[in-house]
Design a protein around this ligand. Structure first.
Ligand SMILES: [Zn+2]
Length: 131
């Protein structure tokens, strides 16, 4: 297993089965029980998906996905195009642009960016909205 440290307290995270937090097993996770922070791993590996997330960050990551995922799930653009676009807006490289790696303020930024650009993606489909 890989040495993963908790970004909140700096202790080494434990590599445990996810049933500790979910009640049933979804594979392994890295967990800091002191901070109630954890992260899953890439399937079939012991590589963490991102940084350990505490309750607040888990909430914001979910919210960021809710705002961002529809961009590519609705086929307005391909997934990698959507990430490239987001990277540009965030001022990051595409390699750095993974919601799993973001902190709370970056997740909030994603939500704002997506909300502010809704219009861009509805071009062509020009929805008529009465105010
Ligand atoms: Zn910790």
């Amino acid at each position: 297993m890989i040495k993963v440290t908790c970004p909140y307290c700096g202790q080494r995270a434990k590599y445990v089965d996810s049933k500790v937090v979910y009640g049933r097993s979804y594979g392994m996770i890295y967990l800091c029980s002191d901070c109630d922070a954890y992260v899953g791993v890439h399937k079939g590996t012991d590589k963490p998906l991102g940084r350990l997330a505490d309750k607040e960050l888990r909430y914001w990551k979910m919210a960021a996905h809710d705002a961002f995922d529809p961009l590519w799930k609705t086929k307005k653009m391909k997934r990698n195009q959507a990430y490239k676009w987001l990277a540009g807006r965030m001022g990051l490289s595409t390699r750095e642009t993974h919601i799993g790696m973001f902190d709370v303020s970056q997740c909030k930024k994603v939500i704002k960016i997506c909300e502010n650009s809704k219009g861009e993606f509805n071009n062509g489909k020009a929805r008529t909205k009465n105010k």
